[in-house]
Design a protein around this ligand. Structure first.
Ligand SMILES: [Zn+2]
Length: 270
């Protein structure tokens, strides 16, 4: 990953594996087992040393917010002294039934809506925005990951209407909270790279709103392999220009407990 990032001339590379979940939560395919956390930290730190003077390597984690079960403020994370944290919602805790992810296949989302939300996709999407809103209110992280992940399986408005008044209102609330909380929003091309979507997270409409509220954005390919490391960066760049952005930010370490962000003109994508 570092070799490819360096060869492509990227400014920095950050690792943000899915943080381990508490032992009481169901095991997932993608959350790191807690036993591997130490090894992960050592490996990224070793890469940081190896690449010193060539490319900056940062150690982070993507932290799930799961209502009542998990947040970036949990002690097991705050003690790790990482460079940066991404706060993300992947799981919903429905009023009935088991927690489920909105990041899996469409069939899994359909089952979650059916069993957990009485087959009502609109209630599910409101629960998603509730979770994002709660995560932002709690804080404890630097970057908001794939803000509208819930749209992943919603082609042709299959489960909910993203043009409804409620959806728009919920987004406006979230954008205001992102602005007042001082968060950076990730512009994530992972959905395009993996073939689920033709647009970034968040959508162009949300980015226009974020721009109006002066919320800084950082571009990420959410790469799961080396060749995707800058996948569709140009799409992200063009989407941001269309939304009225003229710059994006690049993570440059921490100072006094706060992240340092370097602003860069969008034309100079790297
Ligand atoms: Zn994620």
């Amino acid at each position: 990953m570092c070799r490819t990032a360096y060869a492509k001339g990227l400014a920095a590379i950050g690792f943000s594996s899915h943080a381990p979940l508490a032992k009481t939560l169901p095991k997932t395919e993608w959350n790191m087992p807690v036993e591997r956390l130490g090894n992960y930290v050592d490996e990224v730190n070793a890469a940081r040393q190896r690449w010193e003077g060539k490319i900056a390597v940062y150690l982070g984690l993507e932290i799930d917010y799961i209502k009542g079960l998990r947040s970036a403020l949990d002690n097991d994370i705050t003690g790790l002294n990482l460079d940066y944290l991404i706060g993300s919602v992947h799981y919903l805790v429905p009023p009935h039934g088991a927690p489920f992810t909105v990041d899996g296949p469409a069939a899994e989302l359909e089952k979650g809506i059916r069993e957990g939300f009485a087959a009502d996709g609109e209630t599910m999407v409101n629960a998603y925005w509730d979770a994002v809103t709660e995560m932002l209110a709690l804080g404890g992280f630097d970057i908001i990951g794939h803000l509208d992940l819930v749209k992943k399986n919603n082609a042709a408005h299959r489960f909910f209407n993203i043009e409804s008044k409620t959806y728009t209102q919920r987004i406006e609330e979230v954008v205001r909270a992102a602005a007042s909380g001082g968060f950076v929003v990730e512009v994530n091309t992972g959905g395009i790279n993996r073939g689920y979507l033709s647009e970034t997270y968040p959508s162009p409409e949300i980015l226009r709103l974020l721009r109006r509220h002066n919320v800084p954005v950082m571009i990420s390919a959410d790469a799961h392999n080396a060749q995707d490391i800058d996948g569709h960066y140009q799409t992200a760049c063009q989407t941001l220009l269309d939304a009225g952005y003229t710059s994006h930010v690049i993570f440059a370490g921490r100072s006094g407990g706060k992240p340092v962000w370097h602003e860069q003109a969008l034309e100079m994508i790297r």
